[in-house]
Ligand binder design. Structure first.
Ligand SMILES: [Fe+2]
Length: 233
């Protein structure tokens, strides 16, 4: 029936029904993209504004959109916190693992960076823990750099706090992370997580991943690492 032939009162009812149904549905987003805690250009020159914008809006935004799109086919997915999801990821399909991991990994990534000069320094407790496990901060960084540079293809390098309180360097493929209950994952609380996917650096560094890793240390938000260490202890 053409719209002009529908009685005005019925149209009003249909409109009201649509609005009612719309408001009854989940707001569309169990998971949402956190805003960057600084401007897109704030991390230059180590990371350029275009890379930051694409990385945050398109890549991280894509993981969030995809994860929300998986809720209907995975009952209960929207009832879990993002962190709780990581610890139960083995009971979900690969698409949830990839996009749920992508969302968690990138959320921690923005937070563990700060503009040069604003990241503070390692606190006494964290410094002591690093010294116990690696001998020195420089030795930890060397081991971390090797893990980041040595990750074949796409993935992440991590400094984690293990259950026994010691710290370790590890690396995961794709969007996996140390919180996931998966075979082959060295589990622990991530204190530092570095994205070594090409989308994180290719515009500025092309294939020079080692240069990106070296520059990235100037952005480390030690204040956030201190907070994570204290929360995990
Ligand atoms: Fe990324």
């Amino acid at each position: 029936m053409p719209a002009q032939l529908i009685p005005r009162s019925l149209l009003a009812c249909l409109t009201a029904l649509c609005l009612l149904l719309g408001s009854a549905l989940p707001a569309g987003a169990a998971y949402s993209l956190p805003p960057l805690p600084y401007g897109a250009a704030a991390l230059e020159p180590a990371i350029d504004a275009t890379t930051m914008t694409l990385h945050h809006d398109r890549h991280h935004g894509g993981y969030v959109a995809n994860l929300n799109g998986l809720i209907e086919a995975n009952p209960g997915l929207d009832k879990l916190s993002l962190e709780a999801l990581q610890a139960q990821i083995s009971s979900f399909p690969l698409a949830v693992r990839n996009n749920g991991g992508g969302h968690w990994n990138h959320s921690q990534f923005w937070a563990v960076m700060a503009p040069v000069g604003e990241g503070g320094a390692p606190g006494a407790d964290l410094r002591a823990a690093i010294n116990r496990s690696f001998g020195s901060i420089e030795a930890m960084q060397t081991q971390f750099n090797q893990a980041a540079a040595g990750r074949f293809g796409s993935g992440w390098a991590w400094l984690i706090r293990k259950q026994d309180g010691s710290l370790a360097i590890t690396s995961t493929a794709n969007q996996d992370n140390p919180l996931m209950d998966l075979a082959g994952i060295e589990r622990g609380t991530p204190l530092i997580g570095l994205d070594v996917w090409e989308h994180a650096y290719y515009l500025n560094y092309q294939n020079r991943r080692a240069d990106y890793i070296k520059a990235w240390w100037s952005l480390l938000n030690w204040n956030e690492v201190n907070r994570r260490y204290a929360a995990a202890a």
